[in-house]
Design a protein around this ligand. Structure first.
Ligand code: TYD
Ligand code: MG
Length: 463
């Protein structure tokens, strides 16, 4: 049971927003988060408030005319990985701060060490500050990654002031801090990882980044529910937030931007974890389709779009008669509610008897798909499994399904069909509305469909 009242020298701080309270409360009065108050020692509050603490660190800015600002001066630094650059919007922006989040053991340290080594080889010295591992441990990993003798400096330091001192000394072209939750400032007495410390460290690193135009990459831990640990302010402070995802049992990893001041957020970078570290995957469709057994009932190839890049993935469905009265519906990789909706459409508009059947849908390879264009793939996979009939070989599909059973148009149809053609697919079932000159020119037969029933006929043959 948490103590109901803080001692004279402690205070309860909301770990979600940084709100403070003298007493323990179940719900933060600032951000309404439940159970987020943690007791922290009350550090000496700086007497003169924000100005004295941060004022000296910030560079003085001049008012400048829009036309006089030179954009070319902010040329990006290539990270050495095309896949990583793509997510960043074309490379690392000088003076920007990037936060990379991900579950423990997913490969954050591995990726950033590889990036650090490559930037060191091209752009100048890189400082890799590791608060979680000793220099020896980092080097051991480096040997496995075979990063050679780049101008890479390691620092096993968790004290913010000493870290900033080292930055002054080394004057690196890139700073990596692994992880922000281990960094503490001497000015605060709360524990590393607490909201105050994380905010303090991030703010000072931000000033340092902006002042000396030093790109900084922070590693952030995620909590059990998958969001970034620490205060939300951290996500506001940084310029870019990347998530590093993947399933432990699959070798591929995906880097996704959820916030980016310097590029699109929908971009995706795909890597494969190998014995020698992370390798960029330039053709993810091939990876996601590699284990596919064609012609099996319930398996459908979907042309999905992640950012600007088309990706073919396999959707699998299994329909089997439920044993326990209530039918079970499980979805992995697609939204559960969307699946329920599509099953209702199949039942009502295409006359499929799904009541009482267990339905399982899975995106092979552990990818998450959240675009409506996946609808037709889900519908086809479920119908294919129910009827025990495989989809015609060499056929891919995409399209949004409406509640009336109509198939709606999908953006970038030409790009999707082209990707399918490149991977040897000979036929695409597409929304009639997206059927255009562009899709016809893509080098693959396209069949435009207007309703779910038409689509099922085109994919599985007449029922
Ligand atoms: P790591 O980068 O330490 O993860 P994080 O920093 O996100 O916690 O990665 C650890 C995992 O990566 C570990 O399970 C082993 C695996 N790995 C490889 O498969 N190959 C390699 O070359 C390396 C360095 C790690
Ligand atoms: Mg790590």
């Amino acid at each position: 049971m948490p103590k109901a009242r803080a001692d004279a020298r402690t205070v309860f701080v909301c770990q979600a927003c940084g709100g403070r309270s003298r007493k323990w409360v179940g719900r933060c009065s600032d951000c309404n988060a439940w159970n987020s108050m943690a007791e922290e020692p009350e550090g000496p509050e700086p007497a003169a408030g924000g100005d004295a603490r941060y004022g000296a660190r910030a560079a003085r800015a001049e008012v400048r005319r829009y036309n006089e600002i030179d954009v070319a001066a902010a040329a990006r630094v290539p990270s050495g990985f095309g896949e990583f650059d793509r997510v960043l919007g074309g490379g690392i922006v000088p003076g920007s701060m990037v936060l990379v989040g991900g579950e423990p053991g997913i490969g954050k340290s591995t990726l950033l060490l590889q990036v650090a080594a490559r930037v060191a080889a091209t752009a100048g010295p890189v400082l890799y500050a590791s608060g979680e591992e000793s220099e020896q441990q980092v080097k051991e990993r480096g040997e496995r990654l075979d990063i050679g003798d780049a101008e890479l400096y390691l620092l096993a330091e968790t004290c913010l002031e000493r870290l900033l001192e080292a930055v002054e000394r080394v004057r690196p072209a890139l700073l990596v801090v692994d992880s922000i939750q281990t960094i503490y400032s001497l000015n605060l007495s709360s524990a590393p990882g607490s909201v105050g410390q994380v905010r303090e460290a991030a703010t000072h690193l931000l000033f340092s980044a902006k002042r000396s135009n030093l790109p900084t990459i922070l590693v952030g831990h995620v909590t059990k529910d998958g969001s970034l640990a620490g205060p939300k302010v951290l996500e506001h402070v940084v310029d870019t937030v990347l998530y590093f995802e993947g399933e432990r049992h699959h070798s591929h990893r995906v880097v996704r931007a959820v916030k980016n001041r310097y590029g699109a957020v929908s971009e995706l970078g795909v890597f494969e974890m190998t014995g020698a570290g992370l390798l960029p995957v330039s053709n993810p469709s091939r990876l996601f389709l590699s284990d596919r057994a064609a012609g099996v009932p319930g398996s459908v190839v979907l042309c999905s779009l992640e950012g600007t890049r088309p990706i073919l993935v396999e959707l699998q469905a299994l329909v089997s008669t439920g044993a326990y009265g209530t039918a079970r519906r499980m979805a992995s990789g697609i939204d559960h509610n969307r699946l329920s909706l599509l099953l209702a459409v199949l039942e009502k508009r295409a006359g499929l008897g799904l009541a009482g059947e267990d339905v399982f849908v899975n995106v092979a390879g552990g990818l998450e798909i959240d675009e409506p264009a996946a609808d037709l793939g889900v519908v086809a996979a479920v119908a294919s499994s129910l009827r025990g009939r495989g989809v015609q070989s060499g056929t891919a599909v995409f399209g949004e399904v409406g509640l009336g059973g109509e198939v709606r148009g999908t953006p970038q149809a030409g790009l999707r069909v082209k990707e399918a053609a490149q991977l040897g697919f000979t036929r695409c079932v597409v929304p009639a509305a997206s059927h255009s000159r562009e899709t016809a020119a893509a080098g693959c037969e396209t069949v435009g469909v207007e309703t779910v029933e038409d689509a099922l006929d085109a994919l599985l043959g007449p029922s």
